[in-house]
Design a binder for this molecule. Sequence first.
Ligand code: LIP
Length: 276
Amino acid sequence: MNHTSAGSELRDLPDPNDLLALAEEAARAAGRLIVEHRPRSLAVTATKSSATDIVTEMDHASEELLVDHIRAARPHDGFLGEEGAAEAGSSGVTWVLDPIDGTVNYLYDIPAYAVSVGARVGDEVVAGAVVNPVSGEVWTARQGHGAFLNGSPVHANPAPRLAMALVSTGFGYDPARRGRQAAILTQVLPHIRDIRRAGSASLDLCAVATGRVDGYYEQGLKPWDLAAGGLIARESGAVVGGLRGRGAGEALVIAAPEPLFGELESLLASLGADRP
Ligand code: LIP
């Protein structure tokens, strides 16, 4: 354990290996919960930004399990979860949680949803796990140590030229934003091979990491959509960022290996893809 100067709070500077193991363990446990205990008649318990931005009882149950599991091991850590977990903690570690990423897919029982758990130290995500509990695929990464799928290294594809790039994207829940995103997509499509829309940002980012798509972009991602998957994509060799030198964030996330990242960034910047 590393201590700060005497008299100040003890801060157990964590071993990223331990954080990664805990992230994976918690994500797997929550993944089992949302599959094994999925009610036959899954109810929408609330909506958020729009009538289609839904929450189910299992979103809450999954986030509760994640917080309880992690807190039992690291009681001084903080939490930031999609369904309301928000604690500062005192250790310097914050767990960024998406208890079900791809909630609409989960509601329709489309097997493309994930539990995403990122461990952030200060402003940097240093470890992350994304679990697709239906397929059993578990993506993991530790900062500076590569990206893995079920324990085997994965790498983003060597960048094709833009016209041959298979690109995934997603759309927000607000109808006006979706209209703008559709208009941008009509401008992007003629420049690329084709588009895919999986419905889960963390799985889209892991798809880049695994070479299942060549690139990904989306506007409107929240920290929990991006935390673990962004690290996994970065550790696979992709660049993960925003427009005009900005970092990846709610304005826009682009994930692709260079030079495809630069080509996508230029195209999306010319289309004003980060405009709210
Ligand atoms: C989803 C994102 C996805 C986006 C969807 C939705 P949720 O998150 O992962 O990329 O396109 O509209 O926001 O709401 O299922 O956790």
